[in-house]
Design a protein around this ligand. Structure first.
Ligand SMILES: NC(=O)c1ccc[n+]([C@@H]2O[C@H](COP(=O)([O-])OP(=O)(O)OC[C@H]3O[C@@H](n4cnc5c(N)ncnc54)[C@H](OP(=O)(O)O)[C@@H]3O)[C@@H](O)[C@H]2O)c1
Length: 362
């Protein structure tokens, strides 16, 4: 009897301790897991029930982490249900956004679509947008499937090169969800254009309009909403903003300007407590080349061949970039603003850079 009471007290102590520690610092998670591993499966499970609930009150990212860990243990279903219930009823806490509203441009495919899904998985309310209504709906369905609280994504069909569409996008978002926490400026694309091409200037203008002007205008109209939530902006640039590529000058210039816009905005919006960062992806398997009119077989060949030249031996997946976006949007990056996060599989480090050298792949 005494032994049982002692065991119970120890477990209770570990649980409370773990809850408090992990509630404030997830670096202690590993340590805590190791500590409880010698306990019986049912005690482990019980601890996870309490912890899952506790984490969820503080942070949806931790909640999903605990759900993953808990799934390896007994009572995991009870733990997950408990944590989800808490998640739903938990009120907002001052230092972590609960139920963030995330607007991702260009979320009808590729990096944007993966980002919408990852944010949904983490419990966010997402806005899925692009010009193709059918693709917007498909991604919204994916988001619903993975959302722990069955949050339905808001679908908005819009062209980011049209200021009236961007105004409608923001108005609809704020009207529907009541706020905006995270803006991901992801929509983009390229047109290969050599400076002596007949239609160079026309194509240059289109690329700048899509990759730069749209971001500038959307940022301009979102600041008032992001100021209220002390939210943040993540711009999706490219390694092409950091290095030159022959035949790609409009795209390189647009992305380079986007990098500088990010830094200026970080300096300007920091006092409003809005963080602004930029990600520079390397080659990522998406519809990027297809959107440029390159056939699927050529696009596959390009990413395959390019991947082999990369230090990490592969091209990126959309989820690689989505995970970096989630990190920058989270409070794990609370002290990061004005930064370029280069997510390129080592492309720059390995000098795998020149478009001329890559042209045989297309
Ligand atoms: N894939 C790569 O290797 C790579 C590398 C570095 C950087 N990036 C950057 O990553 C971002 C996402 O590209 P991705 O690779 O995911 O390519 P993607 O699969 O082609 O996705 C591009 C997205 O942008 C949207 N979009 C294009 N023009 C638009 C417009 N006028 N109005 C509204 N939405 C528009 C597309 O939607 P709709 O067609 O439905 O409008 C689509 O959802 C881009 O900014 C790109 O420059 C990509």
């Amino acid at each position: 009897m005494e032994l049982t009471i002692m065991k119970f007290s120890i477990n209770l102590l570990i649980t409370i301790n773990g809850c408090i520690l992990i509630g404030f610092n997830d670096a202690t998670l590993d340590l805590h897991l190791k500590t409880i591993q010698h306990l019986s499966p049912s005690v482990e499970g019980a601890i996870f029930v309490v912890q899952g609930a506790f984490y969820a009150m503080f942070n949806p990212y931790w909640a999903s982490l605990v759900d993953q860990v808990a799934s390896k243990h007994s009572l995991c279903i009870a733990g997950c249900v408990f944590s989800m219930l808490n998640y739903i009823i938990a009120g907002p806490l001052p230092f972590i956004p609960i139920n963030p509203v995330v607007l991702i441009t260009g979320s009808s495919s590729g990096i944007g679509a993966a980002t919408a899904v990852q944010f949904s998985r983490a419990g966010a309310n997402v806005v899925v947008t692009g010009r193709r209504a059918d693709r917007v709906s498909e991604v919204a369905k994916e988001c619903l499937k993975v959302s722990p609280k069955q949050s339905k994504a808001l679908e908005v069909v819009a062209d980011v090169t049209k200021p009236e569409d961007l105004r409608r996008l923001v108005d609809t978002t704020v009207k529907h969800f009541g706020k905006l926490d995270v803006l991901v400026n992801n929509a983009g694309g390229s047109i290969t254009a050599k400076v002596d091409d007949k239609d160079f200037y026309e194509n240059f203008s289109k690329v700048i309009q899509l990759n730069l002007n749209s971001v500038v205008y959307l940022t301009h109209i979102c600041v008032e909403h992001l100021e209220k939530t002390k939210g943040n902006i993540i711009n999706i640039s490219s390694v092409a903003g950091l290095r030159s590529f022959a035949g790609w000058s409009p795209y390189c210039m647009a992305k380079s300007a986007l990098d500088m816009f990010t830094k200026c905005m970080a300096a300007e919006l920091g006092p409003k407590r809005i963080r602004v960062n930029v990600i520079n992806p390397g080659p990522v398997r998406t519809e990027f080349l297809l959107a440029m009119g390159i056939p699927t077989s050529e696009s596959d060949k390009f990413f395959e061949g390019f991947g082999k030249m990369m230090p990490l031996g592969r091209a990126g997946f959309a989820k690689d970039i989505a995970d970096s976006i989630l990190y920058l949007a989270s409070d794990h990056a609370a002290f990061i603003t004005g930064t370029n996060l280069v997510s390129d599989g080592g492309q720059i480090a390995g000098n795998v850079l020149n478009a001329e050298a890559l042209k045989d792949l297309m």
